[in-house]
Design a binder for this molecule. Structure first.
Ligand SMILES: Cc1cc2nc3c(=O)[nH]c(=O)nc-3n(C[C@H](O)[C@H](O)[C@H](O)COP(=O)(O)OP(=O)(O)OC[C@H]3O[C@@H](n4cnc5c(N)ncnc54)[C@H](O)[C@@H]3O)c2cc1C
Length: 392
C-alpha cells in the first residue's frame, strides 16, 4: 500500500497526530482501530531515515536495566507486537536472545538482574569459561559476568512503522506524508493545526514528533537534547559466525567508555533494505545537533570508537566497513521518556517524546497509551514515572 494521501477535503478530525514515525504510526493505528476520525501528519515519507527509526533493527528486551517500571510496559509491548504480526501476517519481532557482558556490579548488569528477579524474567548466567564456549567470537575478560536473556531479540523499525501506518489507513485513518506542521494553537474547545499545505481543526492533538518535539513545544525544548548517533555495518572475516540463528544480539558495558556498546546478527539480504553486514553501535549521547540541520557526514572518531570495542572484545573479526549511518537520539535529563498530557493544555494535547535512544521496542504499547490518554483522559498502564513535570 502506498502511504500518501495528501489530497484531502477533510479538515476536521477527532484526533490529529503530529509525526507518523515510531510512536505516531502506532498511535494512528490504535485510534483508527477504535473508530476515531484520525489524521496523521508526517513531514517526510513513511518510513524515512531523517529521524530516529532508520537502520533495520532495534533491540527488544524485558530485563530492563534503565528502570524496573518499564517491565510491565514491555510485557504489553511484546503482546502488541505479536498482535500486529498476527493481523498482518508479517514478522517484526525476531527472538535471537541477547547476551549482556560487563562487570557484575556495573549499572547495566546489576539493573538487568534486578528487573529479572523482580518480574521473574528468564535470565541465564554464565561463568567466563562457559560464556567463551557459548559465544566463541567474543573475548570476555575474566572479571566480566555474562547474562543471556532468551526472550530478547530485535524488532524491525521501518517495517513496523509502515505496517502500523498501513493498518491505520485500512481502519479509516487519513495519513498525510510530505506535509510539515508549522504551528498549533488552542482555540475554543479544540486545536487549530497549521501545516505547509492546509489548516485543520481537531478535538485532540497528539505530538509524537521525535527529535523535532522541542520545535513544536517550546516549553519542552530545553528538557531534550538531540544528538546524532553513529551506526556501522562491518564485514567480518568469518561471515557465517555472525549470521542470524548463529549469533545473538548483544550489549556490553566497557570499563573505560561510558554507556554501552551493542550489536546484532547479520541479516540475510532478502530481509532488509540497505546494508547487509554485522551492525554495531555505541549507546551514549553523541554530538548535539539541530534536527533540521544535521551534518550526516561521519568522522573518523566515531569509527575509531567502534574499532576500540571490536579490537577489545571481538578481536580478529573485523575485515572492512560496509556502510555507516547517522540517526537521532532525543535525550531527556534522566534518559527516561516523557509521556503525558501537555502541562497547560491537559484537556487537549498529549505528548510523547524524549525516548533517549531506547524507545522503539515500546512503540507498540506507547501508541495504545497515547490513544488512551487522548480519548479517555487516562490509561491503565503505569506511566507516572514518565510524567512531563518531573524536571520542573
Ligand atoms: C542509532 C539508534 C539506535 C537505536 N537503538 C534502539 C534499540 O536498539 N532499541 C530501542 O528500543 N530503541 C532504539 N533506538 C531508539 C528508538 O529508535 C527511538 O526511541 C524511537 O525511534 C523514537 O521514536 P519517535 O516516534 O519519538 O521518533 P521518530 O520515529 O523519528 O518519529 C518522529 C516523527 O515525527 C515527524 N515530525 C517531526 N516534526 C514534524 C512536523 N513538524 N510535521 C510533521 N511531521 C513531523 C518526523 O519526521 C518523524 O517521522 C535507537 C535510536 C537510534 C537513533
Amino acid at each position: 500500500m502506498l502511504i500518501n494521501q495528501s489530497a484531502t477535503t477533510n479538515t476536521s478530525f477527532d484526533v490529529i497526530v503530529i509525526g507518523v514515525g515510531s510512536m505516531g504510526s502506532s498511535t494512528c493505528y490504535f485510534l483508527a482501530q477504535r473508530g476515531y476520525k484520525v489524521l496523521g501528519i508526517e513531514q517526510f515519507d513513511i518510513p524515512h531515515d531523517q529521524g530516529s527509526h532508520a537502520g533495520q533493527t532495534r533491540i527488544i528486551r524485558k530485563a530492563y536495566f534503565e528502570h524496573p517500571d518499564y517491565v510491565p510496559l514491555l510485557h504489553r509491548a511484546y503482546e502488541n507486537w505479536k498482535s500486529l504480526e498476527k493481523e498482518t501476517g508479517e514478522q517484526v519481532y525476531y527472538q535471537t536472545g541477547l547476551a549482556y557482558f560487563g562487570q557484575p556490579d556495573n549499572e547495566m548488569l546489576s539493573g538487568v538482574k534486578r528487573s529479572a528477579a523482580l518480574y521473574d524474567i528468564p535470565l541465564d548466567t554464565f561463568d567466563t569459561s562457559f560464556a567463551k564456549e557459548r559465544f566463541p567470537p567474543f573475548k570476555i575478560p575474566g572479571n566480566f559476568e555474562t547474562l543471556f536473556e532468551p526472550e530478547a531479540g530485535f524488532v524491525t523499525p521501518e517495517k513496523a512503522v509502515k505496517l502500523f501506518a498501513e493498518q491505520a489507513i485500512r481502519n479509516g485513518a487519513e495519513i498525510h506524508t510530505k506535509e510539515k506542521v508549522l504551528e498549533w494553537r488552542k482555540e475554543g474547545d479544540g486545536i487549530i493545526i497549521t501545516t505547509d499545505k492546509n489548516i485543520y481543526h481537531s478535538k485532540k492533538l497528539i505530538i509524537a514528533a521525535g527529535a523535532w518535539s522541542g520545535k513544536l513545544i517550546p516549553s519542552i525544548a530545553e528538557k531534550i537534547k538531540v544528538t546524532k548517533q553513529y551506526v556501522a555495518w562491518i564485514k567480518p572475516k568469518k561471515w557465517d559466525d555472525f549470521t542470524l540463528n548463529n549469533f545473538p544480539c548483544w550489549l556490553l558495558a566497557d570499563d573505560e567508555q561510558p554507556g554501552c556498546y551493542y550489536g546484532f546478527p547479520i541479516l540475510p539480504a532478502t530481509m532488509v533494505d540497505g546494508p547487509v553486514g554485522l551492525k554495531l553501535a555505541h549507546h551514549y549521547p553523541g554530538i548535539e545537533s539541530d534536527p533540521d540541520n544535521v551534518n550526516r557526514q561521519t568522522g573518523t572518531e566515531e569509527l575509531e570508537d567502534l574499532m576500540y570495542v571490536l579490537n577489545k572484545y571481538l578481536p580478529g573479526a573485523f575485515e572492512s566497513v560496509i556502510a555507516s549511518k547517522t540517526c537521532l537520539y532525543s535525550n531527556t535529563l534522566d534518559e527516561n521518556f516523557i509521556i503525558d498530557k501537555l502541562p497547560g493544555f491537559e484537556d487537549h494535547v498529549t505528548v510523547a517524546c524524549g525516548f533517549s535512544g531506547h524507545g522503539f521496542k515500546f512503540a507498540s504499547v506507547i501508541g495504545e497509551i497515547l490513544a488512551d490518554l487522548a480519548t479517555e483522559g487516562s490509561t491503565k498502564q503505569s506511566i507516572d514515572f514518565l510524567n512531563a513535570t518531573r524536571f520542573a
